[in-house]
Write a protein that binds this ligand. Structure first.
Ligand code: SME
Length: 163
């Protein structure tokens, strides 16, 4: 079946409000984690026009643990990120969202693309531990706010069910 998806043009808060029922309709009955993460990344990129949207998932297969690239939409990205490294590794180590208005001002930022200017990384927590992070990059400076923190946290809270 072909899936149709679009978001109302408007304030970003309204766009997240428009996103959630469409995300639920597409994802909540799907048991496969990769399918759900892939379509979540696609909805965020297509709906909001973000430069890069994707997941890094904790790889428990070997020590030391690392984040490994999961489903994403956008340019080719780095495959593995160490604990505490970059914005994603900081979200993992600190177990909290990183809102970065200017990536050049974030010590240790990992530049997968020179075009990325601002970034938000939200951890997915399962039983109090980070199991993955959602990374969203923009090619505009300061393109994320508390509205994005709220909207993306709502999604990540729901996504914990697939881990
Ligand atoms: N900038 C991220 C790396 C991942 S890419 O942006 C896709 C970081 O510093 O962790």
């Amino acid at each position: 079946m072909a899936e149709s998806f679009s978001l109302l043009e408007g304030a970003r808060e309204e766009m997240y409000g428009d996103l959630m029922p469409q995300w639920e309709a597409l994802c909540t009955s799907e048991p496969d984690r990769v399918a759900v993460l892939a379509n979540t990344a696609a909805m965020l990129r297509q709906g909001f026009g973000f430069f890069w949207v994707g997941f890094y998932v904790v790889d428990y297969s070997k020590e030391p643990l690392e984040l490994v690239l999961g489903p994403f939409q956008g340019d080719v990205a780095c495959t593995r990120i160490g604990y505490g490294k970059g914005v994603c590794g900081a979200a993992w180590a600190e177990k909290r969202t990183q809102l970065v208005p200017d990536v050049e001002a974030f010590p240790g930022h990992i530049a997968c693309s020179a075009l990325s200017r601002s970034e938000i990384v939200v951890p997915i927590l399962k039983d109090g531990e980070v199991v993955a992070v959602l990374d969203v990059d923009s090619d505009k400076l300061a393109n994320f706010s508390e509205t994005d923190v709220e909207g993306l946290t709502q999604l990540c809270t729901r996504l914990a069910a697939w881990f």
